[in-house]
Design a protein around this ligand. Structure first.
Ligand SMILES: Cc1ncc(COP(=O)(O)O)c(C=O)c1O
Length: 382
């Protein structure tokens, strides 16, 4: 089987991740931050260590500004709904995932004004267009660090300076880049970053986070949920302390342990080695697909400017037929359709049918890519 659906979720997971998840239940299975006994303290330590590792990995100083959530969608909702108020203006791009689009469309109904900056057909966001969209009421810019449809990387550092000149914040949806390319929030000027644990960070599903930059005023961000935190239990009001203000209810200890192991696995290999491997696979994939005359490949067609995601369509064939035949006849696993990003498909010109998306991962080999290309050329021509 050749698994090329790592943009949906990475698979297989490193064995260290699976081990950390069972180990934590066996040896540190108390409720973190609740009881004072050793199992509770051991669980809290696993969580704190992971917070610290994420803070270091993403370039912020204060680990308490790493807020654990269920996934990137949850983190994006927390940021958007926590920051935006009626009358505020928000700028986004036309390649966003529905994790950004749907909460924004809902907020629009509550009096938030939205500008959607069009990207080019290869998924590129021009910073001058972002600058032109800014208004005096712009409170937030929210962009995907990389498109989940074509992989194109957005110039987030330049967008950050535009945001800051306007007195606005930048929220980056790093669902497709955290663990895939080096991110230094401080150096890049990213104020808030949403990540998900189950993609390139190699963790399990059900864990993600919102990382709040050291200079962001958290008193201006409302929690999405309120409830028990294990702290200040005498009060019926949500505490203001971090991370408790934004983390109510029992934490996903198993997910956090797996995420921590995924992070350490990445750091052991080095993010540059991972990126190099993905660039080589991406180039071979682009070259191989481009050589099939019936295939149209979308995106920048340049692994330097994208993460390892390649989408294509085939003249005269429906994408669902291609995906099904690749799976059933050749055991090549892809994802077809609109990838939860209808605006992105409108932008690249593949709406409403969508495309076939191939997303290699760290465990994908060059032979896998060559075999997948052969399988695609056979499916295309029969
Ligand atoms: C760009 C982008 N943003 C957000 C998400 C949402 O991630 P999750 O489903 O883990 O919340 C995804 C998932 O595919 C994505 O690709």
């Amino acid at each position: 089987m050749i698994y090329l659906d790592n943009a949906a979720t990475s698979w297989p997971k490193p064995p260290e991740v699976l081990k950390a998840m069972t180990d934590v239940l066996e040896h540190a299975g108390g409720n973190p931050g609740r009881s004072g006994h050793r199992l509770s303290i051991a669980a809290a330590r696993v969580i704190y260590d992971t917070r610290e590792e994420i803070a270091r990995f993403l370039g912020i100083s204060d680990p308490l500004r790493v807020i654990f959530t269920g996934n990137a969608t949850h983190a994006i909702n927390l940021a958007l709904k926590g920051i935006l108020r009626p009358g505020d203006h928000v700028v986004t791009s036309s390649i966003e995932h529905n994790a950004v689009m749907r909460p924004l469309r809902s907020l629009e109904k509550q009096g938030i004004h939205l500008s959607m900056v069009p990207c080019t057909r290869d998924g590129r966001l021009d910073v001058r267009d972002v600058e032109m969209a800014i208004k005096s009421t712009t409170r937030l810019i929210v962009v995907a660090h990389a498109s989940n449809v074509v992989g194109t990387i957005s110039p987030v550092a330049e967008i950050a300076s535009i945001a800051h000149q306007a007195g606005a914040l930048l929220l980056v949806d790093a669902a497709q880049t955290a663990g895939a390319i080096a991110i230094d929030m401080k150096a890049m000027g990213i104020d808030l970053l949403a990540f998900t644990g189950h993609k390139e960070l190699q963790g399990p599903p059900g864990i993600g986070g919102l990382v709040i930059g050291d200079n962001v005023d958290v008193s201006k961000i409302e929690p999405l949920m309120r409830g028990g935190t294990g702290s200040r239990s005498e009060s019926e009001e949500q505490p203001d302390d971090l991370p408790d203000k934004f983390e109510s209810g029992t934490a996903n200890l198993v997910g956090i342990a797996g995420l921590g192991a995924g992070l350490r696995w990445i750091m052991d290999r080095g993010i540059d080695e991972i990126r190099d491997h993905m660039k080589k696979l991406g180039q071979t994939l682009i070259d191989g697909l481009s050589a099939i005359s019936e295939v149209k490949v979308y995106g920048a067609l340049d692994p330097e400017r994208s993460v390892g995601i390649v989408s294509f369509t085939v003249t005269g064939k429906h994408v669902s037929e291609i995906g099904l035949r690749l799976d059933e006849e050749y055991e090549v696993l892809s994802r077809v359709g609109l990838h939860c990003a209808p605006a992105a498909h409108k932008t690249i010109g593949s709406f409403p049918e969508g495309a076939v998306r191939l997303a290699p991962g760290f465990f994908t080999t060059m032979d896998d890519i060559r075999e997948a290309i052969q399988a695609i050329s056979k499916v295309v021509r029969s």
